[in-house]
Write a protein that binds this ligand. Sequence first.
Ligand code: SF4
Length: 436
Amino acid sequence: MKTKTLKKNKVNVITLGCSKNIYDSEVMMAQLKANHFDVEHESMQDDAEIVIINTCGFIDNAKQESIDTILRYAEAKNEGMVDKLYVTGCLSERYKDDLEKEIPEVDSYFGTRDLPRLLKTLKADYKHELVGERLLTTPNHYAYFKIAEGCDRPCSFCAIPIMRGKNVSTPIEDLVLQAKGLAAKGVKELMLIAQDLTYYGLDLYKKRALAELINRLADVEGIEWIRLHYAFPAGFPMEVLDVIRERNNVCNYLDIPLQHGSTKILQSMRRGITREKTEELITQIREKVPGIALRTTLIAGYPGETEEDFQEMYDFVERSRFDRLGIFTYSHEDDTHAFTLEDDVPAKVKKERADKIMELQSGISYELNQLKVGKTYKVLFDRVEGDYFIGRTEFDSPEVDNEVLVLKSDGFVRLGDFAEVTITKADHYDLYGKLV
Ligand code: SF4
C-alpha cells in the first residue's frame, strides 16, 4: 500500500507548544544528526521514514492540537506514508498510558526527559560530548536559551511541574560555553527561557544566580541582545534590574507573567503575591530601568472569578499599561490543585472577559506605539514579507511582540543584521519606518 518511497534514516521532527519544546527538539535533532540521521524540522516533503512529534500538554487547546497532530501522522502511517512514528514531550509525559491505548499506531511514547531512551530505540547513542549542542530551527541570528528545566512553584492552575518535574538549573559554566558556541555560529540574540527564570540557581548554588548568569552571558563576544522571558513576580531578584540597566547588550525588556489582577484570585492561584505588591514591583522595575518594555500574561475565567474580580483585573491592566500582553482562558487541568475547585465560569464568559482585556490592551498598545513615531531604534531584521523587510526592536521578542516594517524599495538590509530605523508610522502592533 506504500504509495511513496520513504527516505531511509530520514527523520522529520514536529514541534508543538512553547519555546522550551523548540529548544528540546533542537537538542534532539543535533543528537540524531550526530548519529548520521538525515534530520529535518517540520518538513513539508513528507518523505521521512521516521516521524517524531514533540508534544505540548499545557492546556486544552494545546493538548487538542497535539492529539490532532498524532492522529494525522498515525493515519499517514496506516497509509504507508510513514514507517516509524514516535511521540515525546509534555502530553506524552502526562498521558502516556491513555495514549498507548487510544492511538496504538505510535511505535513508542517517551517522556520529557527520555532523550537517551528515544535515541536507543532508534539504535542511536546519546552523545554526552554534544550536551547543549543544537540544530537551530529559528533563523540563525537568534536562539532560545534554556537555563533550567522544571519548576518548584505551587501555582494552582498549572500542570507544568507534573510534566517537567522539579527545577534543575544548568551550571553557569555550561551555559557560557553554549552561548560561545552559538555566537561562533552567528547567533546575536539569546532569549533566556525556563519555567521560572528568576528561580535560577536556587537548587544548584543555594542562591538566586540569574544576575550573575546574565552578566557572564553579556561578556560573550558576539551576543548583542539578551532577552529575559518567564520571570516570576514573588521574590523577584531586584539585582537583575541593575544588570538590565547597566549592560548594553541586555534588552530593556522583561517578560513577567502575572496571571491576574485581583488579590483574591492571586491567592487562590497560590502565586504568593497580592495585587498591591505586584503594582509595587511594576513601579520599582520601571523606576530602576526607565523605558523598559514589560510583557505579561493573564488568565481569564479562573474558578470563582466574579464580575468584580474581573473588573479588578481590567482596572489593573488599564492602570499598568503593559507594553505587551497576552491572555489565556482558564483550562481546568486534571491533577492540578485548582482541579479541586469548581470550574464555574462558563466558557462563553471566559472568552468574553479575555476579549475585553485584549481590546483594552490593543488601545494601550496603539497609544504607546504613537510615542515611538519620529524616534530612531536599533532593529534586528528577521525576514522578508511581501514589500517589506521585517524586524524587531529590543522591546520585541520574536513571534509574540510588535514588528518593524521597512519597505524594500527604501534600501537594502541583510537578514540577521542590525540597522538603525526611524519610525514614521505606527498602528496597534506594527511600526513602519525608514532606514537611517
Ligand atoms: S511558575 Fe507557576 S505557572 Fe509557571 S511553570 Fe511554574 S507552576 Fe507553572
